[in-house]
Design a protein around this ligand. Structure first.
Ligand code: SAM
Length: 289
């Protein structure tokens, strides 16, 4: 029999923090979850089952980790804060399908980590993310094309909304385009600040990104060029796309070439980057290349 997760029992988190004299570190984005309903929602959104290999980013004192361990086949939990490692060794001592890894998720060789532990399965990433590096973490997981089936994360509510936003919306940006190119995003729950200790200053949301197999993605010959176009266009979103692209070092084309490609795609000269759908960026990249 597996252990029942117990860190969300009333006062348990505070008891563990007191026992170890733990001090929250703002620089690591530490806001620990307290609410069992939210944890169940994360498990349901990620659709965790006994066959799954899960990587958790930032286990904290192990609250979500206990739930993951209870439902998944095996779990690797990567924590940057060395002060949390002895606490995790204590709170997870009865969960024998969890490996605690001390390190920085941004510096780790994730392909190696997955190859060595997944037994050929695709990984599910699950996390209550440290909000200070939400975008770099997600971009890394998406762009490295690791063998991942889904990413289910707690993020700032506005960031979750940005990931789902489409053309014409003020929330639509480079993150929306990248997330929607690689995955199908869906917000699973909104989570108020009182579900965390300490309380964050912002509302939060759980978002699930189902990674698209290659054949489901928007077709483009030069993916790198398409993302250069997207980043350049959104980097200067108050300018027309033509003006933003013509001055950007990442774009190896002059104004005439860009305009010619835009015309061949039926795009007006004064269009802004935020009006273009992913398919139109792909067509523009193909026309330029
Ligand atoms: N999972 C726990 C929970 O839900 O209660 C803690 C979540 S807390 C929002 C974020 C966690 O990520 C903290 O434990 C923090 O120390 C850790 N962390 C921050 N930056 C990290 C990084 N670069 N690599 C790995 N862990 C990191």
């Amino acid at each position: 029999m597996r252990e029942e997760p117990w860190l969300t029992r009333p006062n348990k988190t505070k008891e563990v923090l007191r026992k170890y004299g733990f001090h929250f570190q703002k620089k690591f984005g530490q806001n620990f979850l307290l609410d069992s309903h939210v944890l169940e929602k994360i498990i349901a959104a990620a659709d965790i089952g006994r066959d799954d290999f899960v990587i958790e980013i930032g286990p904290g004192i192990g609250t979500l980790t206990q739930y993951l361990s209870y439902y998944a086949g095996n779990v690797a939990a990567v924590e940057i804060d060395k002060n949390l490692i002895p606490i995790l060794e204590d709170t997870l001592q009865d969960w024998d399908n969890v490996e605690i890894i001390s390190g920085d998720i941004m510096k780790m060789d994730l392909r190696k980590l997955i190859d060595e532990r997944s037994g050929g399965r695709k990984v599910k990433f699950v996390a209550n993310l440290p909000y200070y590096i939400t975008t770099p973490i997600l971009m890394r997981l998406l762009e490295e094309k690791l063998p991942v089936s889904s990413i289910t994360v707690m993020v700032q509510k506005e960031v979750a909304e940005r990931m789902q936003a489409g053309p014409g919306s003020k929330d639509y940006g480079a993150l929306s385009a990248a997330v929607q190119y690689y995955s199908e995003p869906g917000i699973a729950a909104n989570v108020p600040a009182n579900c965390f200790i300490p309380r964050p200053n912002v509302g939060s949301a759980v978002i699930n990104l189902r990674i698209k197999p290659e054949e489901e993605r928007v077709k483009v010959n030069d993916e790198e060029l398409m993302f250069h176009l997207i980043k350049a266009a959104f980097g200067q979103r108050r300018k027309t796309m033509l003006n933003a692209l013509k001055n950007d070092k990442r774009i190896p084309y002059n104004k005439e070439q860009i305009l010619e490609a835009m015309i061949s795609c039926g795009l007006p000269e004064n269009i802004r980057g935020e009006a273009l759908a992913l398919e139109q960026y792909a067509a523009l990249a193909d026309a330029l290349a």
